[in-house]
Design a binder for this molecule. Sequence first.
Ligand code: ADP
Length: 162
Amino acid sequence: MIIALYAGSFDPITNGHIDIVTRASNLFDKVIIGIFATPDKRLTFTTEERVDLARRAVAHLKKVEVRSYEGITVEFAREVGARVMVRGLRMVGDFEWEFEMAMMNKLLAPDLELVCFMASQQYQFLSASLMKEVSSLGGDISSLVPKHVAEALKKKSLGSSR
Ligand code: ADP
């Protein structure tokens, strides 16, 4: 049984992430979305909110599980028995950082294999941060995130404008 870990901040989960996890679940026996609790960036959603939004987004994918974690990603991979780390690569910007991280992870956990999926064409330019900016300015993001995520974003921006 091959378990794959798809780790990230998922602040919040987007259709680009869902596309990757769907494709990964066609290959592996189980895919765990690992939501990193304390990434080095300003978060819009709490860990619990990010987990909840992701869980609802992948409820239809029976092989996918959502969990949060702290600390080093490769340690979490070991803890959940993952042999594979899944990443999504967008054409512009992702490669160098992903390569650097992959080399570090290989050093820390040589037995863990990395599998990268090329982002699908329609999500190449979708990042959670840009999508959030568009949403906070009232732009239509309905083709970029599931409905419940768009609603959660709307609520957040209403809250912060008070
Ligand atoms: P972001 O880079 O949007 O903040 P995360 O840290 O949650 O996202 O990223 C988790 C993984 O998902 C990374 O491998 C990232 O490159 C990938 N990813 C992010 N957005 C997309 C997208 N639109 N299409 C494919 N993969 C993506």
